[in-house]
Write a new protein. Sequence first.
Length: 333
Amino acid sequence: MHKQDVTIYDVAREAKVSMATVSRVVNGNNNVRKETRDRVLEVIKRLHYQPNAVAQGLASKRTTTVGLIVPDLTNLYFAELSKGIDDIALLYKYNIIITSIENRLMKEDQVIQSLLNKQVDGVIYMSNRLPDEAAEAFKRTETPVVLAGTKDNREEFASVTIDYKKANTEALNLLMHDGKKNLAIVVGDQDAVVNGENRIPAYEEFIRANNLGEPHIYTGIKDYSDGYNLYPQLVKDGIDGVIVTRDISSVGILNSAMDAGTKVPEEFEIVTASATQLASVVRPALTTIKQPLYDMGAVAMRMLTKLMNNEEVDDTHIELPYELVKKQSTLNQ
């Protein structure tokens, strides 16, 4: 047999192993027993087997691809989450495919299926909400999925979050201890699990427990103009303290209050919940529930790496520590 005619099949047959095992030995994979490795190497030497350079290169340089599903590419919250994801992906030399689900003509489950059809090895999902059709699309695949910065109260998928209920309650306590009595919560998407099943129930429970009257819940406040235009309604409703889930909406409310001549924080206090750079660059700077966004993204990517490699994961529902950072939009700094 001429050496150029020797194939990986011939080596596998002579060494009495699978072609996959021969491939692992050739490509330096350590996941082969020493006895088996030595036997394969002996056959390779005896048969003068020379792996095809192109085929060997393709086998050894197979790339791992991770799909990243983001609601809005312009949202700083998701941008800071993505930085942690990207740094870990870079460490492992993974490729990332980013898919935005905002303003798509396709339904969310169709967007997910389109991404899965690209044969990604894992998915990190960062949308504020996990609709049933999206959950079903994920459950139909064997591709590992990790939620970053969003919750799945059914706990069907791995996730990395903070304790949103506890954080919300701590912020409300701050406002109440500052003497504010008419407290409101301002959210973007009421259907988001983080809001509808965590922040809002925590707010309602706090209002009832402290006899603070009727709850004031404002929904659909998603951007700067929404926040700016909401402030007159807050004044009309007698609100003197708010928790706002989106920093951009918080800035809108703040600027509207300042333009109206309201003294912040003496007459009106704001706590924002996303902890992006916006909270620090405005004046007065906003008191914020500081989520460790970079760490949330990095931990989610590391967990996905383990799931993709079938490694043991001690806890698939991780809550990272948060911090209530007191700035100039509240009295108790």
